[in-house]
Structures are given as structure tokens and as C-alpha cells.
Ligand binder design. Structure first.
Ligand code: ME8
Length: 523
């Protein structure tokens, strides 16, 4: 029996020129939500993130701070990057740093093989370079500002690089790549991103300089030790080096590679699409390896209409938001508010409004009302089981819709479907008026039924929202007594959520702290 392939998802590896901001958190949370969701579908999953530590950009920030680049990256990774993901409850399976020997050694071996196969040759590079992007720029990527050629993304002047370098025969892969995207439209998404890649490929792609000789903060080119590899050529390989690229098939690394390769999804911001949808698959094609099943380019978080970034000092760090709204509201907000794939602006007012109406009122209140009523009317235990056809059918439809949307990276569509069900349950409670039913003992059976159906709906909501808001859903799960009467929340499968009647009669319900406490209005 062959086992199903492990679902392998990656984020970009981020530059460690400073601490993470909410743009980095956006991608990493999205990956976390999708991988948690797929684990709850019962799938085997591998979620990789990490840091991109070489190149001039990182080197210059170390120099500006008067420390060695190695000290600089060690310090930032341990004090900022790993803790940021821990505090956002990111359940990544691995974290790769490009300064680790497991990466540098496999990069050197892989690129030596590419050279031996005839895909790498010596040449001269002269042209514009943006250190912010770490990218050799084309004329169309630049704009003139104050008489200087500047980068469209960073708004900073480009530098002219003139070096004897090693080149990769990228141009040889234009036709194979065009064929690849014709035959596999899913391999680059959304469609607008694929169209952009296809027109780039049609515009005439030249070979790529893949080494630098004017600084040494990088992976040494093994056959020419005066040079280091161009940071992107080193960085893209992280997706493969982290899972045993080139290792003996019988070794641990070799087995991992077979288990996960090719990657199912590379999540990237749209500014690094070309690297992932042109250079990276070409490198893999040259090595005879399978290309990623999907590169998905999401949109940017904007501040003042521009891409939020560290270099423009518009970076907001996650803690600024989580200190006020909490971690789960942060995880919820961006995926709920912005269609994945489109740009979106962050605003405190919008976040406050959604927190209050969707999280505190619709979701948090439903849970606290139910716990209070079960305590008051049923001595704190789930009363006789019941079935409500309308709610049960709505739940089935919700699960189907949310599963399809989330697996298709439509996080907004998935979350909206689940929150619509939450609204429907609120409507059910309002119409049934259990507080009125409780006034007459003759209504006991009806009251029990209303409370049971509400509790069952909350059981389902805890499972469906668990990948987005794991800490909150755990509190809800325990408040329903489900951790004792059903089992661990993480073990509840999406496919079984809509089987009505799982909360056993007698499950002990306890009041929890408010899931989403009321917040002061921000001045
Ligand atoms: O590009 N909105 O690293 P990086 C949304 N090291 N997402 C954003 C964002 C914003 N305003 N700002 C950053 C690099 N991101 C390379 C990647 S991969 C082999 C090497 C997110 O630190 C988004 O995912 O500049 C974007 O692509 C990534 O951070 C860029 O991070």
C-alpha cells in the first residue's frame, strides 16, 4: 500500500535585516491556518518556514550595527524571529536557517552537479542591482526619481554592479516553463499572477548571474572560492535542502525528500513571484527534479497606500496589535478582512469593528450565553440529546463550503462561511428564547433541545475555527467539557464535524473567561 504524499507547504524565508513585521506574520499565519486545517482533515503535513541570512542586505545591516554578520543573524533569529512565531502560535514542523551546514553543504553539492551538467558557465555581469530586493533589475523594474534610477518597490536608488560572475542558463528554460504553465495552470496562482509570469517569460529572459565577488557573506562557490553564490540562488534551495536534497535515498534525509517532494504550495508575497515561478522551477528542471505543484502569490498589506515595509519605516510589529486585541484576533483579522491574493490596508478602526461585532458579539457571546444557561437551567451538564434539521443541514453545507474554500486558499470565503453559521445559531437562540421557555417547567423538553442544539453547534464551531484561533477554540472546547467527553480538539476531523449529536448527554459545561473581552475604543 502506498502512503498518500505528505502535504508540504512553505513560506518565504525572511531576511534577517530586522525583526518581523505584520507582513511577514501575514504569510506565516496563512500557512499555519492552512496546515492546521489539513492536519485536521487527517492528512500528513510538513510546514516549513525559516530565515534568509546571506547577501548584501543582511551584511550591511550587520555592518551598520558594528557586529559580525554571523552574530547579527544569530541574535535576531533567536531573539526576534523564533519568539515571534512562538507567540503567534505557529505550528511549523521545521525552521531552516541558510547559515546552517545542512543548507550550505547541500547547496554546494547541488550547484556543483548543475555545473557538471553544463548549466553554469563563466561570464561578465554589468547592470543595475537593488540591494533591498537583492535583485538584478531590468529597465522595466525602474523608475526615475530626482534624476536617479530607483527601484519601483523600495523607492531607493539602484546600484551598478560590474563583476566577473558565474551564470545559470535560465534562457534555456523559457520554452519548458511556458509549456509547464500551459499544461498546469494551477502551478501559479492566482490567474493574474500566472499571466504576469507568462508575459515575463514571453518578453525575452536572459541568463542569470548566480554569484558575487565583491563581498564574502554567502555560500562559497566550491569551484571558485573567491566567489559566493547570489543570495537568491542559495535561498530558493532552502525548500529542498531542508528536506534532504541530494541525500542517499536510504538515509533519513533521502527518505524525507521522497515523502514530501514536490512541494504542494509555496506561499509568497507578489513581489517575489518571478523568483519562485521562473528561476526556481528552472533550477529544478535543470536538475531533473519535480517542480512545485503551486506557487501562490498573495497581496500586500498596505500602509498609506504603499507596501508596508521595514525600509520605509512603515513596518508595524505583530506585538503592537496582539497586545491590544490578542493573538487569535490577529490571526483571524487579516485572513478574514482581505481576500488572499489582493492587497489590503490595515486600519485599527476596521480591526476594532470586526473584533467587536464578529468575535466578541457573534462568537464570544454565543459561547458565554450557552455556558451561563446550561449552568442556570441544567445544573451545568448537557441535557438530553436533540436534533434540529435546519441547523444540522446548515452545518453540513458550511463544512463543505469552508473546506473547499480553505483548501483553495480562499481563507476569507472559508471564514465567512463558518461565521455565517455562527450568526445562524445566534438567530436560532434569539428566536427560541430559552430564557422564556425556562419560566415554565412544562417547556423543559423544548428548553433542553434548544440548549443541546446550541451546544452541538458550538462543538462544531470550535473544530471549524480551531486552525484560525487555536487558543480560543481550546478554551471553548474545554468549556463544553468536550476534552473529557469527546477527546482532544486537534484529533477532531473536519470530515466528521457535521455528524450531529456528538456531545454526550452529561458532558460537564463550565463557564470560561470571556473569549473576546470588550476593549476600550482606541483613541
Ligand atoms: O523577500 N504585505 O524576504 P523578506 C504582505 N528573503 N506580505 C509581506 C509584506 C507586506 N507588506 N512585507 C513582507 C524575501 N511580506 C526573501 C525571500 S524565499 C526563498 C526568499 C511577506 O524578508 C511576504 O511573504 O523581504 C513577502 O514575500 C515576504 O514577507 C518577503 O520577506
Amino acid at each position: 500500500m502506498s502512503l498518500a504524499k505528505t502535504f508540504y507547504l512553505t513560506t518565504p524565508i525572511y531576511y534577517v535585516n530586522s525583526a518581523p513585521h505584520i507582513g511577514h506574520a501575514y504569510t506565516t499565519v496563512a500557512g499555519d491556518v492552512l496546515t492546521r486545517w489539513r492536519r485536521q482533515r487527517g492528512e500528513s503535513v510538513w510546514y516549513l518556514t525559516g530565515t534568509d541570512e546571506h547577501g548584501e542586505k543582511v551584511l550591511r545591516s550587520a555592518q551598520a550595527n558594528k557586529v559580525s554578520p554571523q552574530e547579527w543573524v544569530d541574535n535576531l533569529v533567536e531573539k526576534e524571529w523564533r519568539p515571534a512565531w512562538r507567540s503567534l502560535n505557529i505550528a511549523n514542523d521545521d525552521f531552516i536557517r541558510t547559515t546552517e551546514p545542512r543548507h550550505t553543504q547541500r547547496v554546494q553539492k547541488f550547484l556543483t552537479q548543475l555545473k557538471d551538467a553544463g548549466f553554469i558557465y563563466a561570464g561578465k555581469y554589468e547592470g543595475p542591482y537593488c540591494v533591498g530586493c537583492e535583485e538584478f533589475k531590468l529597465p522595466g523594474d525602474l523608475v526615475e526619481k530626482d534624476g536617479k534610477q530607483t527601484c519601483l518597490i523600495h523607492g531607493t536608488p539602484i546600484e551598478i554592479v560590474k563583476e566577473d560572475n558565474w551564470f545559470f542558463k535560465l534562457s534555456a528554460f523559457v520554452e519548458p516553463l511556458l509549456k509547464h504553465y500551459r499544461e498546469n495552470p494551477d502551478a501559479c496562482q492566482p490567474d493574474t499572477a500566472r499571466n504576469e509570469v507568462v508575459s515575463f517569460l514571453n518578453s525575452g529572459v536572459t541568463d542569470l548571474s548566480i554569484s558575487r565577488s565583491t563581498f564574502d557573506w554567502g555560500i562559497t562557490v566550491p569551484w571558485d572560492t573567491d566567489q559566493v553564490f547570489y543570495v537568491w540562488f542559495d535561498a530558493l534551495l532552502n525548500y529542498a535542502t531542508a528536506v534532504g536534497l541530494g541525500d542517499d535515498p536510504d538515509s533519513e534525509g533521502g527518505k524525507k525528500f521522497v515523502e514530501v517532494w514536490p512541494p504542494d504550495i509555496h506561499l509568497v508575497g507578489r513581489e517575489i513571484l518571478r523568483f519562485h515561478a521562473v528561476i526556481w522551477p528552472a533550477m529544478l528542471m535543470a536538475a531533473g527534479l519535480a517542480t512545485p505543484k503551486k506557487v501562490f502569490a498573495h497581496g500586500w498589506l498596505l500602509v498609506g497606500g504603499e507596501k508596508m515595509s521595514k525600509s520605509k519605516l512603515t513596518g508595524i510589529v505583530p506585538k503592537d496589535i496582539t497586545d491590544h486585541f490578542g493573538v487569535d484576533a490577529f490571526r483571524y483579522y487579516f485572513l478574514r478582512a482581505i481576500p488572499f491574493g489582493s492587497d489590503g490596508s490595515f486600519s485599527w478602526e476596521d480591526m476594532h469593528a470586526r473584533y467587536t461585532s464578529e468575535l466578541a458579539n457573534d462568537f464570544g457571546n454565543l459561547s458565554s450565553r450557552l455556558a451561563a444557561m446550561i449552568e442556570k437551567y441544567c445544573d451545568g451538564v448537557i441535557p438530553a440529546s436533540s436534533y434540529d434539521e435546519e441547523l444540522a443541514e446548515a452545518l453540513s453545507a458550511t463544512v463543505e463550503k469552508a473546506d473547499a474554500a480553505i483548501c483553495d486558499l480562499d481563507f476569507q470565503g472559508g471564514i465567512v462561511a463558518i461565521m455565517d453559521f455562527c450568526k445562524q445559531v445566534n438567530g436560532y437562540v434569539t428566536v427560541k428564547e430559552p430564557w422564556i421557555l425556562a419560566k415554565d417547567p412544562a417547556n423543559k423538553a423544548e428548553l433542553d433541545a434548544v440548549l443541546y442544539n446550541t451546544a452541538e453547534s458550538l462543538r462544531a464551531l470550535a473544530i471549524l475555527l480551531n486552525s484560525v484561533m487555536p487558543a480560543t477554540c481550546e478554551i471553548l472546547w474545554e468549556s463544553l467539557g468536550a476534552h473529557k467527553s469527546i477527546g482532544a480538539l486537534k484529533d477532531q476531523h473536519i470530515a466528521d464535524v457535521s455528524k450531529w449529536g456528538q456531545l454526550p448527554v452529561g458532558s460537564v459545561v463550565t463557564k470560561s473567561a470571556s473569549l473576546f473581552p470588550r476593549l476600550d475604543v482606541i483613541a
